[in-house]
Design a protein around this ligand. Structure first.
Ligand code: ADP
Ligand code: MG
Length: 401
């Protein structure tokens, strides 16, 4: 049952559909199974598990389920980006057999496969980005895809900030509803971060300031404190005229980053860091301003952790995206680990999102200490920025079909 005043407004959701509408119907589900494979194995199953509920619910209602997904950024039909290695892990995560249909979109072979589907059967189409029209939101591709389905489900929150053919395009030709996980993500984000309890503290780290500058600006107007770390803090430091040696920075962003004004009392940047010499691994602690030309900043230092910890302790709500350092390479995971532990220890509302951020939290088995972990990196950031996500709009009443 939907509540009269749903917190999701006009969002059409799977649970609003009557089961009789689904039996024998072809349901196309856009999922996000874009996971990293290490030696052929999926390291983090959480994205695959996130589609379990929707798929099983549809199977139980005797729908014919057609899963559509992408993996990586293939150029044409690049076999290293095939979805084939995901079939077994996905079958395991969902608990019902999933088979790959490699026939091309628009081919007679695929049409035949789709019309031969049995109720309760689940197929996965090959990487949708093998089609050049996908990222261009090509109308023909969208119409062809929509032709395979009686109804579409968006279960890919992590891709919903992208206006691609399988995310928004097809909603012009077939009714689209939000899947259970997507609705849950939105409900949680709205509940905890729509009107956050203050003091509200944001932690932003990770690789690129270019993808997060808008967010940092917006957070500076909404949060009581913003803590910056990771490589993006390097660009901000450099923009302030601080020597960062051979650290990873984005030269094109220096001007824009300068506009952040590190004198802003709400903005906290690292005061000390761990560096390594080019090609080296040994961590050397440096005060910010004292980094040598051959050195790279790879993590935040203990004074910075202390400083950030003091701010965090005051918080009632904390939102975190982006690791504080190159956490994949010990010992440069210390800053990220320390912040995860600090958050886990306190009773604030703790929200985190982003592929690497969530991975870092799970590696420490601290996931249960967080109020909510979003499956979306970029999508969560754009939501936080106050942007309308095209993949969400596509599921709104009165929009498209
Ligand atoms: P998320 O996926 O959580 O949104 P990002 O993709 O923005 O995070 O950034 C994660 C990456 O940033 C990690 O691979 C990490 O190694 C890298 N990173 C963090 N700090 C640094 C640094 N100081 N120098 C180079 N890379 C860094
Ligand atoms: Mg990432």
């Amino acid at each position: 049952m939907q509540r009269a005043h749903s917190p999701l407004g006009n969002l059409r959701t799977l649970s609003q559909l009557t089961p009789s509408k689904l039996a024998n119907r072809r349901v196309l589900v856009r999922v996000d199974v874009n996971v990293e494979l290490l030696g052929g194995r999926v390291r983090d199953m959480s994205r695959l598990q996130a589609v379990r509920q929707t798929v099983r619910w549809l199977v139980a209602r005797r729908a014919k389920v057609i899963l559509v997904a992408h993996r990586g950024r293939p150029v044409g039909r690049q076999l290293s980006c095939s979805l084939r290695p995901l079939v077994r892990p996905l079958t395991k995560a969902v608990g019902v057999p999933v088979t790959l249909v490699a026939a091309r979109i628009g081919s007679a072979a695929l049409r035949k496969k789709i019309s031969a589907l049995e109720p309760g059967q689940v197929v996965l189409l090959e990487n949708i980005r093998f089609e050049p029209g996908e990222t261009k939101n090509d109308t023909r591709l969208a119409r062809t895809l929509a032709g395979y389905a009686d109804i579409a489900v968006n279960e890919a929150f992590a891709d919903s900030h992208r206006a691609h053919a399988s995310i928004t395009g097809l909603a012009k030709f077939v009714p689209m509803v939000a899947g259970f996980q997507l609705a849950r993500e939105l409900r949680s984000l709205k509940r905890w971060l729509g009107k956050p309890k203050h003091p509200y503290v944001a932690i932003v780290g990770g690789a690129k300031i270019s993808t997060k500058l808008g967010l940092v600006r917006r957070l500076l107007t909404r949060a009581d404190a913003v803590l910056l770390g990771g490589a993006l803090a390097n660009t901000v430091l450099k923009a302030e005229g601080v020597a960062v040696g051979a650290s990873l920075i984005e030269p094109d962003m220096l001007r824009a980053a300068h506009g952040l004004k590190t004198t802003n009392a709400h903005l906290h940047i690292p005061v000390d860091v761990f560096v390594a010499r080019a090609g080296g691994q040994k961590p050397i602690r440096r005060a910010v301003g004292n980094v040598q030309p051959s050195e790279r900043i790879l993590d935040i230092g203990p004074d910075t952790i202390d400083l950030f910890g003091r701010v965090l302790r005051t918080a009632k709500t904390v939102v975190w995206n982006g690791p504080m350092g190159v956490y994949e390479r010990p010992p440069f995971e210390r800053g990220t680990r320390a912040l995860a532990r600090l958050m886990a220890k306190q009773s604030a509302i703790n929200i985190a999102g982003g592929g690497e951020t969530v991975d870092a939290i799970r590696r420490q088995k601290l996931d249960t200490k967080f109020t909510f972990l979003s499956t979306g990196g970029g999508a969560m950031l754009e939501w936080l920025e106050g942007k309308t996500l095209p993949g969400i709009s596509a599921c709104m009443k009165g929009k498209y079909v």
